[in-house]
Write a protein of this length. Structure first.
Length: 327
């Protein structure tokens, strides 16, 4: 069994892959580059390929299929960057990652606290040796109503962790989680938006969820409310969000992911003119925090992502079932 890994980070993912190769008994090759038609040949002879969040269109999938690759796994929970219909037609099984939910949940709550305490503004002023208090009055999370949109593994973890802060928690999900009974009250999305001081998004990036937070939804929110997104950038209509922020209709936003971020994150783009004006506009606002899609980034999550991909590819090669397969 041989696996080839693309976009592999040598400083954290490679040691995990090396350790797993000894534990589970497989050979591997790797590159730090994203998969392209030009470097597809690196995977020749491999039974399976593991990637990150780079686009995998039909043409590229067909190239790997011609090389004999019958299994593809992405080191991310989301898999919307893969043309699943094409993969199924080609007979390429697709897997995705799983990892402990605590890392993203911790990060989402950190973003809430940073936004409520105006940490970006405080740090900007402190760097300029402006140590005044005016305009920096924060709010306590304990006194807030927090609305959690999406109560899958990560959203449910957020709810459980928020109970320690003593705040009121509302939740919205088409499939309520029975385990959260007594911890959160399930309401409709409009009810949640109208009642919450903080709204945190943990819904999947499905087509039907695109722009689930748009102009109409933002208009329902409190004027001093905080919007947190540590899920998928496609959930929020960025143009509508900018309008709400610039008009003072929304208090603040803390975003680990935004629209049109492909080709930006996990790369050194410090010398480039970035083709993302919305990101530049968001970054310029003192009440908006933008981080580079790294809520997942803990040692536990990285090990889980690599391990789940390897387990999926080994199962594909053996013709076996695996919970990591995209159905």
């Amino acid at each position: 069994m041989r696996i080839f890994a693309y976009s592999l980070r040598p400083y954290d993912e490679l040691p995990c892959l090396e350790a797993l190769s000894h534990e589970l008994g497989f050979e591997y090759g790797w590159t730090a580059d994203y998969p392209t038609p030009e470097n597809a040949g690196l995977a020749a002879g491999a039974d399976g390929v593991t990637i990150i969040t780079n686009p995998m269109p039909r043409e590229l999938l067909a190239t790997y299929h011609e090389l004999g690759v019958r299994g593809l796994a992405t080191r991310s929970i989301g898999y919307e960057h893969i043309d699943l219909a094409a993969a199924r037609e080609l007979g390429v099984r697709v897997g995705h990652a799983s990892y402990p939910p605590e890392g993203v949940a911790d990060y989402a709550i950190m973003l809430m606290l940073m936004a409520l305490r105006k940490v970006k503004l405080v740090c900007r002023h402190a760097a300029a040796q402006d140590f005044t208090l005016e305009g920096k009055l924060g709010r306590s999370l304990a006194g807030c109503t927090v609305g959690v949109v999406g109560t899958g593994a990560i959203g449910s973890c957020v709810v459980r962790q928020l109970t320690g802060f003593g705040c009121r928690v509302l939740a919205c999900d088409p499939f309520p989680c029975a385990e959260l009974a007594g911890l959160a009250a399930y309401v409709t999305l409009p009810e949640l938006l109208a009642a919450s001081d903080v709204v945190t998004l943990h819904a999947p990036g499905l087509p039907e969820n695109r722009h689930m937070i748009g102009a109409g939804e933002l208009a329902l929110m409190k004027e001093d409310a905080v919007l947190v997104n540590a899920a998928r950038g496609s959930l929020v209509d960025t143009a509508a969000l900018l309008d709400a922020l610039e008009s003072g209709r929304l208090g603040a936003a803390a975003l680990d992911t935004i629209e049109h971020e492909a080709g930006l994150y996990y790369l050194d783009r410090s010398r480039d003119v970035l083709p993302n004006r919305d990101r530049a506009a968001l970054m310029a606002l003192p009440n908006v925090i933008v981080t580079p899609h790294m809520a997942f980034y803990t040692a536990e999550s990285v090990e889980g992502m690599v391990r789940s991909n390897v387990e999926a590819l080994l199962a594909f090669a053996a013709g076996a079932e695996t919970p990591h397969e995209v159905r």
